[in-house]
Design a protein around this ligand. Sequence first.
Ligand SMILES: NC(=O)c1ccc[n+]([C@@H]2O[C@H](COP(=O)([O-])OP(=O)(O)OC[C@H]3O[C@@H](n4cnc5c(N)ncnc54)[C@H](OP(=O)(O)O)[C@@H]3O)[C@@H](O)[C@H]2O)c1
Length: 228
Amino acid sequence: MKIVVTGANRGIGLELTRQYLARGDSVVAGVRDPTLATRLTALGQAAGGRLRVAACDVTLDASVRAFAAGLRDPVDLLINNAGIKTERDELADLDLGNAARTFQVNVLGVLRVTLALLPLLRRAPAAKIASISSGLGSIERNLTGGIYGYRISKAALNMASRSLAQDLRKDRIVAVALTPGWVKTDMGGSGAQTEVSDSAAGLIKVIDGLKLEDSGKCISFLGESVPW
Ligand SMILES: NC(=O)c1ccc[n+]([C@@H]2O[C@H](COP(=O)([O-])OP(=O)(O)OC[C@H]3O[C@@H](n4cnc5c(N)ncnc54)[C@H](OP(=O)(O)O)[C@@H]3O)[C@@H](O)[C@H]2O)c1
């Protein structure tokens, strides 16, 4: 399988890349700066040419265009994983500039990469687009408030994923939003509940099992349906 993972330099993206390579898939890992991607480079050395690391800043048209232009084979799976969660995201100290940046990465970045890769996804027999959302994007589950920019971005991402599902059904492309749990990464922090290896393994299992009728859903790494 030919897989593209964005934001693969660390955290969940790096672990997804590691696990896909370990089972024999080919991965193109999009990172902001390949010269800093030392952990990916180490993974690549053991992967026998199945890993390519390429620059892909999801907020920059030119970067995403060049990234897509560097891909030739059909893409079976796009994982829109790159994401940010910023400081000053609470009502008392809300920084709207940060919220706008979060929207740029978490929402428009996903659409930018997806649009650029659509021709290659359409050439695969049964392509999938998995966008990494968050339980914090669930409107129904928001009983505590706060975390404005991040919550808004993931709720918007869910809507974008749902629209992609409807628009791409005729191409037999599955589009889903997936929640990874609260994961021990730089973003999730050391107090998080879920090991990054368990989150990635769960996400991979869910992605493997996706059928066309799942398109448009939001699903957790445990395979449970997540309410909007
Ligand atoms: N950790 C959690 O508990 C949790 C929970 C729910 C959802 N998520 C979601 O899961 C995804 C991965 O999160 P994580 O925990 O692995 O976060 P992380 O450890 O902070 O890693 C985020 C990755 O995204 C990349 N990135 C940020 N801005 C980018 C841009 N403009 N272009 C390309 N890549 C960019 C970063 O690149 P650099 O390394 O270059 O900075 C980094 O590799 C995110 O979408 C996040 O919202 C995480």
